[in-house]
Structures are given as C-alpha cells and as structure tokens.
Design a protein around this ligand. Structure first.
Ligand code: MG
Length: 269
C-alpha cells in the first residue's frame, strides 16, 4: 500500500494511492488518492469515502519526523571508495534535523555558505512505533514502510567541518517521497533493488540495495541500540556511488524500483 500526504489547497491530508507504477516509477494516468482519517501512524488505516485524481493533488513529504532523521554514511563500498574513505567497521551515524525535510516537487535551496552542493539518492526507512534495542530479526515489526530520500550534502562544508551537522542540516536538505510503501520487507531490498539518480535526465547513480554493507534490519537494530526510535522517525540507508554536484536550476530525480520517483529542483536561497 502506498501512503501519501497531500493537499488540494486545504489542510494536508493522508491518503492511499492506487494504480500501477510504470518502469520509471510514475503512476498511471487514472491513479487516485483515497483519503484517510488522519495520520495512519497514529490512528490506523481509516479510509474515508473521499477520493481525488492523483494529478489533481499536490503531494507533500509523506512523513514529518517528530524527532529525527538518522543518516548512515559510507554504506556502499563503491561510494566510500569514491570519497577516498575506507568501509566503516560499524554503521556511521549522523543526524539531520527534521526541519531539513521537504516533499516531492519542493525546491532544494542552495545555501550561500557552500559552493559544492551534492545529491545522494537513498532508500529511506520510516519507523512505525516507539522502540529501543530492536533485535535485527524483529526489525520488520517496527518498520512502517519505505520511501525515497535525497540526502543533500554541502560537500565542501562536510570536508571542512569535523562533523556533518552543517553540511547535511540546512532547510530543504532532506527531500522525502513521493509516498511510503508499506508492503515491502527487508528481504526485498537485500535481494537487490535499483537506486537510480538522474540529474537533468542524465543517469548519475545506478546502485543496488543488495550492495548495502549494513542491511536494513542491522541499521534499525544498531540505531535503536543508541537512541529510542519514535513513530515517523526516518533512517537513511546511505548512497551508492556516483554522487555529484547540483547547480541552481537543476532537476534531480531519484527512482527506486517499486517505490516510485522523487523529483526536486534546485533554487537559489
Ligand atoms: Mg547519505
């Protein structure tokens, strides 16, 4: 099931997106959104007798993390190598503030403090319930679903600062969407799902989740051994090789097979 957050010009609502995705992750023309009574993370799945054509609504970030977005660095060996880093012995965690989250179609703002702004296409895990010290074999029980993220990074600031807060923490540095897919499980991603990033239509990243050094259950377990996870918290699983710069006016599309496509443009801040 694909759960979106959307607006028709009124207050944001949640809804279930119907229809099939084409090979580019785009929904078919007659896809509709069936509205839900509130956020299913908190009130469960209550379908309303109200639907809209998907093309008539504006999709918003499918989740607003109340506490945190947890990033994982260097989780694909080829990406660690392209950045001149070794593969970490344990997951490398960092935090992005929840104020960095924006939705599909929202601008990524290019801050004046950087001159090297990079895209990082990533699989994102949305947590469904409060949890701590989750064993890997129980990770599925605490996962609400999966979406797509762009872990936008000011590469020059990342290299200059000791830690990643500024480089990855600006407003608009965490586009999420287009919706949350709740029917997949970690094995689906362990088997290998393509993660592709296109810049102005040119393929820049073409990875597979089979190449994750630490898989989804390991990440949920590891992060939850450090900090309590709350419903709506998001874990970014790391980016494959091929990261690169974006300029003002560029359009970035991240596609994950079966999940859809997240599209954002870069704008001057
Ligand atoms: Mg990243």
């Amino acid at each position: 099931m694909r759960i979106a957050r959307f607006t028709t010009g009124e207050d944001p609502q949640y809804g279930v997106v119907t229809g099939e995705l084409d090979e580019f992750g785009q929904p078919d023309e007659d896809a509709v959104v069936v509205a839900l009574a509130g956020d299913p993370l908190y009130v469960g799945m209550k379908l309303l007798d109200q639907e809209h054509q998907l093309s008539d609504v504006r999709l918003l970030a499918p989740v607003l993390p109340r506490s945190k977005v947890v990033g994982i660095g260097r989780n694909y060996a080829a990406h660690a190598a392209e950045m001149g880093n070794d593969v970490p012995a344990e997951p490398l965690m960092f935090l992005k503030p929840n104020t960095s989250v924006v939705g599909p179609g929202d601008p990524i703002f290019y801050p004046p403090q950087t001159s090297n702004l990079h895209f990082e296409g990533e699989l994102a895990v949305v947590i469904g319930r409060i949890c701590r010290d989750v064993p890997p074999e129980q990770a599925t029980d605490v996962i609400h679903g999966y979406t797509i993220a762009n872990d936008v990074t000011a590469r020059d600031l990342q290299k200059g600062d000791v830690q990643f807060t500024r480089a990855k923490g600006f407003d608009s540095f965490c586009p999420l969407g287009p919706w949350i897919e709740t029917d997949l499980d970690p094995q689906h991603f362990a088997d290998g799902v393509r993660v592709q990033t296109f810049l102005n239509g040119d393929l820049k990243q073409d990875g597979s989740t089979a190449d994750l050094i630490f898989d989804v259950p390991t990440l949920v377990s590891y992060v939850s051994s450090v900090m309590t996870l709350l419903p709506g918290d998001v874990i970014l699983t790391g980016t494959p090789e091929g990261v690169g710069p974006m300029e003002v006016g560029d359009e970035v599309e991240i596609s994950i097979a079966g999940l859809g496509t997240l599209t954002n443009k870069v704008a001057q801040r």
